[in-house]
Structure formats: C-alpha cells, structure tokens
Write a protein that binds this ligand. Structure first.
Ligand SMILES: [Mn+2]
Length: 297
C-alpha cells in the first residue's frame, strides 16, 4: 500500500503548459498549485483527467489583472509545480499520492491549490491539511452533495468525497452551497447538520457571510466542483446539473471570502473535451485566478 513515495518537489511532472503568471520554483511564494489528472471513478462522462492541462493552456486567454479584487497575477509570486503522475485505477492509492504531494507543499509553508481531475481527490488534500490545521472548516461549492457512503462499491468515488472528508475533519464543519442534486438521504443529512447554505441566484452571499461570522480568522478550505455553475456556461464537466450558478454568484462568494482566512482550495471536475466551445476551461481559469489572489494573503 505505500508505493506512494512522493517526497519532493522534483517529482511533479512539469511537461506541458504552465498557469499564466506562475513560476516553476517556490522561492518567495505563498501559494503553489499542482494538477491531478485523474478521472478513474467518473460514473457518467469521463475526461476530467484533461482538466489540468486545458486550464493551464487556456489561462493565457484571460488577463492577469482582476478588476473585482484589484490585484494582478503579475505582482504575485506563486508556483505551478506541475502535475502528479497518477496510476489510473486504484482510487485509494491516488488519494494517498495526493495526500503526500500536499504534505510537500505544507512542509514548505505553501498554501495548496489543486487542479482536478475529479472530486474524489479532495479527501487526500484534507488528510494532509488537518495535521497543520486541526480547526479547519470546509466550504463546498457543488451541484451534488457527495455525501454517499459508497457508490458502485467504491467508498472513494467522487460521489462520496464529502462523506470521506467529514470522517477525518476534526471540526465536522462543512458549509455546502449550491447543492441541488442528491439522494433523499443526503438531503436529510444536510438538513440535520444545517450544512446547506441558501444562495439565491444573482444574490449576494449573505447567508454564507452570516454562517462564517463565528469563524473569523479560522482556517478555511474551499473545494470547488465546477458543476456548481450552470451547464450553459460550464458544459465541460462530467455530471452537469441544470439550475446552476453564474460568474457573479462566484464573485459574491469571493467578496465574502476576502475577509476570511482561506488556507487551501481545489477546483475539480473540469472535463474540457466535453465542451467544443472551450468556455468551460476559460471559466475555470478565471476561478483559479481569483483563488490564487484570495490565498496569497
Ligand atoms: Mn462533487
């Protein structure tokens, strides 16, 4: 089980494109990103393994300057370390790889930003981060609850990722936004734990703001499943779900997160080949640009 000898920065695969404005070295960086080109448990439409390379290439199609945050990636030192070489197949092993890779970043005092790949990888990241941040809380932007205990016999499926995170998260505190699909049991669970935060389309994120009030200064991790967005602007994802959100809704969440202590994030489930227009990768790149800025504090 421990062929997961992932111990240093040189082990990331640096072939291919680099995210706009990034460096390959970590000197003077607070934030480092890496890709996990894995989609082994995709149950509907696979292809998220192509996410990291597409978002890097298409990042060059947007500006480095973000008007909302009034920040420019050109003024920020951040690293794109490359991607993990993952053995497609054993999900549990891959999650262990992701944990070990995240450990390297944490040891180097870097805030991790992971580009998927599918959503199953998040519990590996959390397993690493909670060693340094036992009081961590999570925010999940997603169309699906991902609270199944197992899916098609696999406890590590992307449909179970939040369940696995909850099991290891010491605070047991997850705020879920945009969930509009799941089993009856998942919705009962969200109601019981009060984890589902209302967010009306086009609204500001006042309920999130209220929910986070008591967590000012506490470490927050954001896991962002891109199927949170409406399929009309994010068709390039494995399990699109109608009734989703738009850019300004994410901007509202960004406004709230600005005054909080975001210490890590992932952006998952971009499946670029499902979108001939290419807009999905551009949208994902723009999300990542904002997250780099929020993390670089
Ligand atoms: Mn998900």
């Amino acid at each position: 089980m421990t062929e997961t000898n992932f111990k240093n920065l040189s082990q990331f695969n640096k072939d291919g494109a680099i995210f706009m404005g990034a460096k390959r070295t970590i000197e003077n960086c607070k934030v480092a990103l890496f890709g996990v080109p894995y989609d082994g448990t995709s149950c509907f439409r696979p292809g998220a393994r192509f996410g990291p390379s597409a978002v890097r290439e298409d990042s060059n199609g947007i500006e480095t300057y973000c008007p909302q945050l009034n920040l420019d990636l050109e003024d920020i030192n951040f690293a794109d370390l490359g991607s993990l070489d993952v053995p497609i197949g054993d999900t549990k092993l891959i999650i262990e790889y992701v944990k070990n890779a995240t450990d390297i970043l944490i040891r180097n005092n870097l805030k991790p930003l992971i580009i998927g790949g599918e959503h199953s990888i998040t519990s590996g990241i959390i397993k690493s981060i909670i060693n340094n941040y036992p009081d961590l809380i999570m925010i999940q932007l997603d169309a699906h609850a991902d609270l199944r205990d197992e899916w098609l016999g696999n406890k590590f499926s992307h449909a179970c990722t939040m369940k696995r995170c909850l099991e290891i998260l010491p605070t047991k505190k997850i705020f879920q936004i945009g969930i509009r699909s799941g089993t009856k049991l998942e919705f009962i669970e969200m109601k019981k734990t009060n984890s589902l935060i209302p967010h009306a389309l086009g609204d500001n994120a006042e309920y999130l703001e209220k929910a986070l009030e008591e967590f000012k200064g506490k470490p927050i991790y954001l896991t962002f499943d891109l199927d949170w967005f409406d399929p009309s602007i994010m068709p390039g994802t494995g399990t699109p779900e109608p009734g989703g959100y738009f850019w300004n809704d994410f901007a509202a969440v960004t406004d709230v997160l600005k005054s909080h202590n975001l210490i890590g994030a992932d952006v998952v489930e971009l499946s670029p080949k499902l979108d001939n227009s290419g807009i999905s990768s551009i949208l994902a790149a723009k999300v990542i640009r904002s997250l780099i800025m929020l993390l670089n504090k």
